[in-house]
Design a protein around this ligand. Structure first.
Ligand code: AGP
Length: 606
């Protein structure tokens, strides 16, 4: 939700800001803006994609070495030029960018109008920050930011520049991500690592309630009491290329195709005769004390958590609850010191997931997280973290991060099962052996791209699509449906196949497209009956089935086969054909696949 970037140093600021914003556009893309400072403050903002802003700026015209930039996902106020960031004060001397929400902004607005006659021009919550800092400004920007923050409630990563102190950027964070990049004679700030990869690999993570003064030759980190904080720098291992499209037309397609590679990477790093849960940080002895696992996440990560439930219960025989983070927070869940709480998040910054984690911590649960972005808030606040090592995921629709989360759940569940003696070593070893085949299996699926694209080209005009499954196939149906709706903009719905006749079947008519997952032997006959129920009402059924299944050919109109493997492991790859289907439908409809409308990659507001 919104991307922030800042630069101060020996080079011109504008190209760095525009480049950084292009890497952060996945966080929000309904307007963009920059502010530069030397003797004067220069602000330019535009409604629409970053491209619109770029086209309105000739970089050669701007010599300034200090600036901040923002790409917006609107929360308060429509996506207009006036509501775009940076926001500035009435004297035009202070410029502010913000990621988050200032919850008490109306109160502050009323107060400033009364005590200072402030003139507000936008509908945003952020504008109050600029005016508040200006109100407190008395020749010391840092001090004014402290005073302003003291009045603010909510979540924020704020960066400020001031015409009267053009040698610094002041930034502060609470519950929204902020990192500092350390260069040589130049320093940076950003919401996320990809914005900095081109310039530096040395990063400083800013924690909650910390303030930073960023100058050309140094960075000072301070706590809420203005005391200096020492923190070790983190070295990023991602390379710049990993955040580029590398010849693919879209990041989403590139990331779908990266899945064999991410699987190989995870398997090679995490299996050394035994499963190595590097980062777990929880003694295996403690596993025996857990009487419940609670998995909490949002969106696609939640769907990975559902598969996690299936495998943990199946292999390790521990009861697992899975909850959507925004629901979990407002329940009174039964969690205590015998609970293992697992937060799942690609970004590690999803606010609801983070707040749920904090709730569980208060209730004394042991906190484990499954996270992709190294050093993110969820990872930092957990007792242990199992990184998915999928590399940067830029496409808003999560693909490779999802399958890597699922793979981590398999490895975790198997290790838990072995340590608690719920699985024999022989069985454990044979599953590991089969897991090694998965990168090849996924390549086999990807080779069906042309067939899937042809199918997508024949179906992209549908008004709605139904996905159905039973057992763990249902969880795959949920994820396939979410992927499909978020990038195709076609109404889609996933349902437990057995539930159809309790209502939803009323929506099935001639040519309704139904995608049925039928890979689970135990439920196979029931699934075929459900398929017949919809075909007899005119539905066009496409089935995801296991290679070698001939019965399915008799009931479905089309079949997409996945390689024949142990059915308990199939959720590792079942969704991949549907990632491709969603992708090609999105392309056929002319949608912006990587940046679907109304969405943002990282949801750092409630
Ligand atoms: C996935 O395609 C979505 N864009 C979205 O549901 C996402 O999975 C969700 O917002 C959670 O994000 P996180 O994994 O970064 O916490």
């Amino acid at each position: 939700m919104c991307g922030v970037v800042g630069y101060i140093g020996k080079n011109k600021a504008l190209p760095v800001l525009l480049d950084g914003l292009s890497k952060l556009e996945y966080r929000g893309y309904d307007s963009a803006g920059i502010a530069l400072v030397n003797d004067e403050l220069f602000i330019k903002k535009k409604k629409g994609r970053l491209e619109v802003l770029k086209n309105d700026l000739n970089v050669d015209d701007f010599e300034q070495n200090i600036g901040i930039g923002h790409t917006r996902w609107a929360t308060h106020g429509a996506p207009t030029e006036i509501n775009a960031h940076p926001h500035f004060d009435n004297k035009n001397s202070i410029a502010v960018i913000h990621n988050g929400i200032i919850e008490n902004y109306i109160k502050i607005k009323e107060w400033l109008t009364e005590v200072d006659g402030t003139n507000f021009v936008s509908e945003t919550d952020t504008e109050v920050i600029a005016h508040l800092i200006s109100y407190f400004y008395d020749g010391d920007l840092l001090d004014a930011v402290y005073k302003a923050v003291d009045r603010m409630e909510g979540a924020y990563a704020i960066s400020v520049i001031c015409k009267d102190e053009p040698d610094k950027i002041v930034a502060v964070r609470k519950d929204s991500p902020l990192i500092i990049g350390i260069g040589d004679g130049e320093n940076f700030l950003a919401s996320d690592i990809p914005a900095l990869l081109k310039y530096t690999k040395k990063v400083l993570f800013v924690e909650n309630d910390e303030f930073v003064v960023i100058k050309k030759d140094g960075v000072t980190l301070l706590d809420e009491f203005k005391q200096k904080v020492e923190r070790e720098l983190f070295t990023v291992t991602w390379d710049e290329k990993s955040a580029e499209k590398e010849g693919f037309p879209h990041f989403t397609l590139k990331e779908i195709h990266e899945q064999p590679k991410t699987f190989r990477e995870i398997l090679n790093r995490r299996i050394k005769d035994d499963i190595v849960l590097e980062g777990l940080n929880i003694p295996y002895e403690k596993f025996k004390q857990f009487n419940k696992v609670y998995i909490v996440a949002c969106g696609t990560a939640y769907h990975a958590g559902l598969v996690g439930k299936y495998v943990i219960e199946k292999f390790a025989s521990i009861p697992v609850e899975v909850d959507i983070a925004s629901e979990f927070r407002y329940r009174n869940p039964f969690i205590d010191e015998k609970t293992l709480f697992i937060a799942v998040s690609q970004s590690g910054e999803t606010l609801d997931t983070l707040q749920s984690l904090r709730e569980a911590k208060k209730k004394k649960a042991t906190i484990l997280s499954v996270v992709n972005v190294v050093g993110s808030s969820v990872a930092r606040e957990s007792d242990g973290v199992l990184y998915t090592w999928a590399g940067p995921e830029i496409g808003v629709a999560s693909t490779k991060a999802y399958t890597s989360q699922v793979l981590i759940f398999y490895l975790f569940a198997l290790k838990l099962a072995l340590e608690t003696k719920k699985i024999t070593k022989e069985n454990f070893d044979s599953i590991l052996k089969e897991l090694y085949n998965y990168p090849d299996y996924i390549e086999t699926i990807l080779k069906q791209s042309t067939k899937i694209q042809e199918f997508a080209d024949s179906q992209f005009n549908n008004d709605s699509v139904f996905f159905m499954g039973r057992g763990v196939d249902l969880y795959c149906a949920y994820e396939a449906s979410l992927k499909f709706k978020e990038i195709s903009y076609i109404n889609s719905f996933a349902i437990a196949a057995g539930e159809l006749k309790h209502g939803t079947i009323a929506l099935i008519e001639k040519d309704t497209l139904v995608i049925a997952f039928a890979t689970q032997k135990r439920l196979y006959d029931k699934m075929l009956s459900n398929i017949k129920e919809v075909t007899s009402r005119g539905a066009y059924v496409v089935c995801i089935a296991k290679e070698g299944d001939t019965d399915v050919l008799k009931v479905a109109d089309e079949v997409i086969f996945v390689p024949d493997s142990d059915e308990d492991l199939l959720p590792l790859m079942n969704v991949i054909p549907m990632q491709l289907f969603a992708y090609y439908v999105s392309v056929a409809r002319g949608n912006d696949v990587d940046k679907p409308r109304n969405l943002a990659k990282s949801v750092t507001v409630e």
